[in-house]
Design a protein around this ligand. Sequence first.
Ligand code: ACO
Length: 326
Amino acid sequence: LKKSKIIAAGKAAAEHLITNEDLSQMVDTNDEWIQSRTGIQTRRVSLQETTLDLATRASLDALHKGDIDPETLDMIIVATVTPDYFIPACASLLQHRLGLNHRPMMAFDLNAACTGLIYAIQTAEKFIATGSAKRVLVVGSETLSRIVDWTDRGTCVLFGDGAGAVILEESDQEGILADYTNSRGDAELNLAMPAFPLDNPFQQESCSMTHQKMTMAGAEIFKFATFAIRDAMEELLSRSGLTMEDIDLIIPHQANARIIAKVARQMGLPMDKFFLNLSDYGNTSSASIGLALAEAMEQGRIHKGDHVILVGFGGGLTWGGILHRF
Ligand code: ACO
């Protein structure tokens, strides 16, 4: 089986910046509460750009930073919970935007909520491992602002719009040293966004499932998140044969700084082992890990030979991670 390596990462954030102060004009909240409970200071909300627009921008950024010719891509996966269309997939539209319609490739969307990018990277890795693809564009892109309930102070302060892209390729030197994914579908109501109600002319009664906004049981998700990050990291270490001392940086899904602080405390790790940019962007679901990886690279936080863990958790419930040597 062939190995896969991440060779570039790119990002895009919606341009309109919303402060905690702005939100306190809309719902009963304040900057002190939001910062102390979540670590979030600002988030970006899209006024014009769609999930596809953000995905395109992040992809072009990754291609540019890696000096990669898009003509060398042979597969596209987009992780998203907020596609612009159910049909066609965002990945197919992205293929067109990148001028790659003539290239034979598989392009599809994947939904694993906030673990989406991890699931997508691992899917790409498997195609590379079997020789079915050599270079894969993996994107997490979200316009969560379209599913956020802007009247619910318990959730609307948390989320933002953005995208992160990574490019993986077949490599002789090991890139991904270990991967791990998991799912537990018995807690769907802890974090949910209903699709269209089942509504057709043959029904006796119309369906009551009409609430088209995201809902979340915050405390339950908090508990799950601290378990999930630890579980994924411990699995990755055990599968790679490395120890935590070998790990140079951890890039977690950017949901809440308090979740990370708790994991750090439980595992006896310094906070600076974790890369966090959620104070600027809030939780961008599938986009957050790619967006953070791109920024960590821009800031020179990742050096050649570094061992980096990417770890995600989210609705489903889903969780998982990869351990990568750069
Ligand atoms: N401003 C002011 N007060 C608020 C706000 C707000 N924005 N939101 C809730 N409160 C109030 C509550 O109503 C409650 O008031 P009460 O005691 O009078 O009932 C009080 O603050 C405490 O509420 P809790 O929900 O217990 O607050 P908690 O400390 O748990 O923080 C939070 C809430 C931030 C949502 C936390 O539970 C959390 O981060 N959970 C995990 C969320 C998460 O990570 N989600 C995404 C992961 S998966 C994915 O990314 C899709």
